[in-house]
Design a protein around this ligand. Structure first.
Ligand code: ATP
Ligand code: MG
Length: 594
């Protein structure tokens, strides 16, 4: 099905967008101008993410503006102004200093979305230590693995997680780990296991950020592990230019916005856009401690008067599956912009947004490695459902073909699929995979960063996602991207989610196979299976349509909600599952490991 573009008119937008004339902003863009919109440390002492995010506002007109509103899962609410965040993060930076944790030392945090996590992130950045978040539902193994790779020197966690994740047991295998700080212990346990509240109360509320080189390491982010073993991507303080600039142009943040990024700070989105980007703009950011719940989410959008909402396709598909009519039950009149990242956003989801929320969902593309949004649908630009949009100002993106001998050719023609590549040099580009230089070097070919994703361009410069290079299916002489097949299946009213793989076949190379989960009101049946096979043929033609369909209640996903096609394939073929440290567990399995 051809999806009609969604036309925008400036008159219909509630707020004048930050980016109106894309071509002009793109052409005139310079990083120096962005640097001028930010502050820099006093006396030319460099640039520090936490200064831009917090201190700059705490010392200025936004001092008493609500910076972060925390919604506890049991109904508690905690508000932090910019002045509060500055004071708390100063205290935490002093705690680190007192314990001898300095520049470049690795500060790990393992916690749910609790206030202490946000203070830890900001305080560690102030101290020019390196912050590495660990997703709170990780079991002991992935935690140990990451603490080891990252040379964790100090770990901030809760009493519950400390016990349940068996941190004490793994400690003897972690020679770099010196201290554990417990966010909820009322007293120190011993010399190495300390109470964070006690240390915070003793610490001074004053702290001067030491000189910070723009190239000083700031963050260590492990990738989602969708395609294999997670890699530790290194980011520097200068990345803040991209956090700020993309929030201005791609998320269209304005000073009075109430912004909600639903991503967990265990992943890059939850740090770049859950913390740094909104705070750099001095807006109010919402943090919800609870897990996904459709009614709760709509209620938060309503009660908190959220204006800009940044979420993920997996969450949108879950909302779609509920078959609710949100606008009938909730007042979402404050919401003016919705964006999504993490996986391809099926055109059906964009259409659902238009129908159910009266707003399009704006897809954007980036990776842990890129540190910030690189390709985006902009508020003032027409949305082409299924497209990721156009490159952010300051970012040169292209489709390239890999040639023999480490050469590439930039594909100028539209509708030719190739590698999605970026011209290196943007400020939030990763500076390495920790302890894996070879792998890092391999990402750069002939002057381009090769992302590992395949895409194509249309004649107007919009990028269209095809699939990850690893997931492409070769069938009877065709290259099939799973996204196209999954999107077609998702248009069927019964389908909630689809994951598509290639199953080796001696005759045609690979056969397209789809795993499908159904909406609650549908049950698997032979009839429905045949119907979906027919649906696929009609929508896609027989060369691309799935030949096999299997119903599955839940598709395997990463903890950040991405469908793990490699696991569907390994299970189908009876092959080893590989690294499953980021695999989402079912509620029952979760109970067993806790
Ligand atoms: P790993 O690298 O460990 O396999 P991962 O690639 O899923 O995991 P992330 O860095 O979290 O780790 O995800 C980035 C990837 O997510 C992109 O390379 C792309 O494949 C996918 N992605 C992100 N946004 C989009 C989007 N808007 N459309 C399509 N795919 C997207
Ligand atoms: Mg990746």
């Amino acid at each position: 099905m051809e999806w009609e573009p969604i036309h925008k008119s400036l008159q219909a937008l509630k707020v004048q967008p930050n980016l109106i004339d894309y071509e002009q902003v793109y052409r005139d863009f310079s990083w120096d101008n962005i640097a001028r919109e930010l502050d820099g440390l006093p006396d030319g002492r460099g640039i520090n993410i936490a200064h831009e995010a917090v201190d700059r506002h705490a010392h200025g007109a936004r001092r008493n503006h609500l910076a972060l509103r925390w919604l506890g899962k049991d109904g508690a609410v905690q508000d932090f102004t910019y002045a509060d965040l500055a004071e708390q993060s100063n205290r935490f930076a002093n705690v680190l200093r007192k314990l001898g944790i300095g520049k470049g030392d690795r500060v790990f945090v393992l916690a749910g979305r609790i206030p202490a996590l946000y203070i830890t992130v900001l305080g560690a950045l102030k101290n020019v230590s390196v912050l590495c978040p660990l997703f709170s539902a990780f079991g002991p193994e992935p935690i140990e693995q990451r603490l080891k790779i990252g040379d964790g020197k100090i770990l901030v966690t809760t009493e519950r997680l400390f016990k349940q994740r068996k941190i004490a047991e793994m400690w003897e295998r972690l020679p770099s780990l010196e201290f554990v700080l417990l966010t909820d212990a009322t007293a120190h346990v011993n010399e190495d296991i300390l109470s964070l509240p006690v240390l915070m109360a003793e610490a001074s509320p004053e702290f001067t950020i030491p000189p910070t080189d723009p190239e000083d390491m700031a963050l260590l982010h492990f990738t989602s592990g969708t395609t294999g073993r997670p890699k530790g991507a290194i980011h520097v303080h200068k990345a803040v230019y991209v956090h700020y600039m993309t929030a201005k142009y791609a998320l269209d943040l304005h000073p009075d916005d109430i912004f909600w990024c639903t991503a967990d700070p265990g992943w890059v989105t939850g740090i770049s856009y859950g913390i740094s980007a909104p705070l750099c703009h001095g807006v109010t950011t919402i943090v919800d401690e609870a897990e996904f719940d459709a009614e709760r989410w709509y209620r938060i959008l309503e009660e908190q008067k959220v204006t800009v909402w940044y979420t993920a396709p997996t969450a949108i598909r879950r909302l779609m599956r509920m078959e609710m009519e949100p606008l009938k039950q909730y007042d979402l009149s404050h919401l003016r912009f919705i964006a999504s990242v993490g996986e391809p956003l099926n055109p059906e989801a964009v259409a659902w947004g238009m129908k159910m929320l009266k707003l399009p969902i704006h897809d954007n593309w980036w990776q842990t490695e890129t540190g910030g949004i690189m390709i985006s649908n902009f508020v003032a630009m027409d949305v082409r459902p299924g497209s990721m949009g156009r490159p952010i100002p300051g970012i040169e993106a292209a489709i390239v073909e890999k040639l023999e001998g480490e050469r590439v050719r930039v594909v100028a023609e539209p509708y030719v699929e190739g590698h999605l590549a970026l011209k290196p040099g943007w400020p939030s580009m990763f500076r390495g995979y920790l302890h894996d230089e070879e792998r890092y070097a391999k990402c750069f070919v002939d002057g381009w960063y090769i992302s590992g994703d395949l895409a194509e361009l249309d004649e107007d410069g919009y990028f269209w996602f095809i699939g990850r290079a690893d997931d492409i299916i070769k069938t009877a002489g065709h290259m099939v991207g799973p996204f196209e097949v999954e999107s077609a299946l998702l248009e069927h009213p019964a389908v909630a989610e689809a994951g598509v793989i290639g199953v080796p076949d001696p005759m045609i190379g690979e056969v397209v196979k789809a795993f499908v989960s159904l909406k609650p009101s549908y049950k698997p049946s032979e009839e429905l299976r045949l119907e979906l096979l027919g649906w696929g043929r009609t929508k896609l033609g027989s060369a691309v349509a799935p030949k096999m369909i299997e119903f599955q209640d839940n598709l395997p996903k990463t903890r950040s909600g991405k469908i793990m096609r490699r696991l569907l394939k390994a299970r189908e073929l009876g092959l080893p599952e590989g690294d499953v440290s980021t695999l989402e567990k079912s509620a029952e399995e979760e109970k067993v490991t806790q």
